[in-house]
Design a protein. Sequence first.
Length: 308
Amino acid sequence: MSGRIVEIVSSNKHLAVERGFLTVSEGRIELARIPLDSIDSLILNAYGLTYTNNMLVRIADEKIPVVICGNNHEPKAFMLPIDGNYRQGAIMDAQAAASAPLKKRLWQQIVKCKISQQASLVSFIGEKPAHLLRLAKQVKSGDPDNCESQAARLYWPLLFGRQFRRDRFLPGINGLLNYGYTILRSAVVRAIVCAGLHPTMGLFHKNILNPMRLGDDLMEPFRPFVDMAVYQLVKSGNNDLSKNEKKRFAELLTLNLPTHLGETEMGYCIQFFAVSLAKVFLNEKKDLDLPKIMQQTDWVKLKDAKRL
């Protein structure tokens, strides 16, 4: 897993492909040449960009998702390949036929993992996680009591102070979170497509205007890693996105996370997670391969290695 996120942030650039490379040019001057097989996702985060249709076709051939961002680093559109997996037809049929009780049970697993991971992070930064841990244990099938939302109301003030409110339309900390989540969402959607799943058919998210509902479902257990990266930036007095900070977010996918197989890069953990969902739909597996809940020593290891 290369974990290479290519982001175009300067305006008036032209993107094309040549002999297996993505080229970035300004006028007649070539600024960069990147092997297509090293790219995990392409983020277009600037105005005045132009690109060839051939580039879009080749990007799709490589199963690379393209994220088009607007103001405040919010994604406005995705481009995804149609054929992502050789068993795609069978997997999508099983996904579409999944029963409501099954989807509710899977969502319960996801929410419990997310809240538990949030509690672990809160504990690591020196706050008390007792209420979050209690909520994690109370999550029922489908989360009818909305424990996820209850946890969020406790979690954000503990992480960023009592005055903080999570609002994706605001700058500062919210802008940093938006940017990190954009990269995470792109990686999750790529894994979904490669696993043969359809990103629109979600487990819990149901907004008819959202074409990436399954992506928003599956990114939930990994959000605390973005939150931790933002926490570290804010703690160091940095509330703005610079080139170095963007690189740091892009490298999140290469974090070595603890799994039952040993340490594994986050990018691979996301892939295993998506594949496990496909196998559950096909009745080849009962439960999801969720990320392991971090222990204090795991957070310390990432922090000491300057990976967060």
